[in-house]
Write a protein that binds this ligand. Structure first.
Ligand code: GCU
Length: 407
């Protein structure tokens, strides 16, 4: 009992000191110089798209893969799809629902993932949001037919406020979701549950310095979902969007960077190591995130935890990987841990790459008031009121933005 009390006290104190240590004072953010997205390793200035696409973009992609998110081992993973359930009378007759089991196999090892898809009924070509969920497919809806995700402990409908299914379907969009734990169980010492064993990774010791971990695995999952969706006749192949919240917002950005089949990318409150600049000392920092979430990034990244200014990139260069495709970054006013201003400034800096495509950028944009939209060219930003979350306000913005930018 005494030991338990000490442990609880220790957790409380370390939680408090951790929160206190984070800087929330704009005056104490410090000076920083961002790496120039348009300067090649050889010191040449990039001033046209061809040079960007042929030389500089691949340089940055390699840095992000080698240093931050890592890459999954190059092994031949086979995927099989099995439709477990289907109905054309979902959501009060408005939607088609399909639940598909994915089996990933290699070298005699198999793992499964469960996908839930809702599609507006009767629409011939639907754009689609691909978006992993935190608490299991059944947590996103009260729909009794939705099968519980294998690793979820959550109740049906428990997180439905984050999933504006009615709105999405009414707007003519399909939505596809899966529990992120199916790919990589987001706790220490659970490597066996996710897909890593399919890649021959069974223990912590199997991770090489550049081997991808959870963010890599979740992003890989988004692309596998897309493989499947692209086989469906009624999915609009040119209008597939990847969207994610928080750690899954970091994931959506990395998925969109790697997989150009995603025509649009949405980062909802992705914060540190997502959209926010790492060199700004505000809210969560690289030393904090690498300490608290050692399973998210490749091992090389940890060597930069205490020398962030030496990182050969900053997060604006991740955003630039999406160019010229539509990109939406959203923050929340009370989500200071995710550094809303750092997310905005990052987008502004990424605009230099969008400009190579003749697109309007954020060059003259001011940090907006709460609830105001800043949309320029193919980039969008808002900071809604409230806390770290996904709300109808956010979904409405993503749908309107997609309607405008993808058509
Ligand atoms: C923590 C973490 C963030 C992350 C968030 C989430 O707050 O520090 O980096 O985005 O969890 O995923 O909810």
């Amino acid at each position: 009992m005494k030991k338990i009390c000490i442990l609880i006290l220790w957790c409380l104190i370390s939680g408090i000191t951790h929160a206190q240590r984070a800087n929330y004072d704009e005056a104490k953010v410090g000076q920083y110089t961002l790496p120039d997205a348009l300067l090649t390793h050889d010191g040449n200035k990039v001033d046209n798209r061809k040079m960007w696409e042929k030389v500089r973009r691949p340089e940055i992609m390699k840095l992000l893969a080698d240093v931050e998110y890592g890459t999954l081992p190059d092994v031949p993973v086979k995927t099989a799809w099995k439709v477990l359930e289907e109905s054309d009378d979902a959501m009060g007759g408005k939607a088609v629902r399909r639940q598909v089991q994915f089996t990933f196999s290699n070298n005699g090892v198999n793992r499964t993932m469960l996908l839930l898809v809702y599609m507006p009924k009767g629409k011939k070509k639907c754009p689609v949001f691909v978006s992993p969920n935190f608490h299991g497919n059944q947590s996103t809806t009260e729909d009794l037919t939705v099968i519980k995700s294998q690793y979820s402990k959550y109740e049906r409908g428990e997180q439905k406020s984050r999933w504006a299914y009615e709105k999405i379907l009414n707007a003519g969009y399909a939505v596809a979701t899966f529990h992120y734990f199916d790919l990589f169980y987001d706790e220490e010492k659970h490597i066996q549950e996710g897909i890593m064993p399919v890649f021959g990774i069974n223990t912590d010791a199997d991770f090489k310095p550049h081997t991808g971990k959870s963010i890599s695995a979740w992003a890989w999952g988004c692309s596998r979902v897309l493989d499947y969706l692209l086989t469906l006749k009624n999915i609009d192949k040119k209008r597939c969007i990847v969207m994610g919240h928080s750690r899954l917002g970091k994931t959506a950005l990395w998925a969109g960077a790697q997989d150009k089949r995603f025509a649009m990318v949405v980062s909802n409150n992705s914060g540190c190591c997502g959209a926010a600049l790492s060199r700004r000392n505000f809210g969560e920092t690289v030393p904090a995130i690498t300490k608290n979430f050692p399973r998210w990034f490749c091992n090389t990244y940890f060597t930069y935890a205490n020398r962030v200014n030496e990182l050969p990139f900053d997060q604006h260069e991740l955003l630039a990987m999406i160019a010229p495709r539509p990109l939406y970054v959203a923050s929340a006013e009370e989500d200071r841990w995710a550094d809303p201003r750092g997310e905005f400034l990052s987008l502004k800096e990424a605009g230099k790459v969008y400009a190579l495509y003749g697109l309007e950028t954020f060059a003259d944009a001011q940090f907006p008031a709460v609830g105001e939209y800043v949309w320029h060219g193919n980039m969008g930003y808002h900071m809604r009121s409230g806390k770290h979350d996904v709300t109808d306000f956010d979904w409405e913005a993503y749908i309107r933005f997609a309607n405008q930018k993808l058509y």
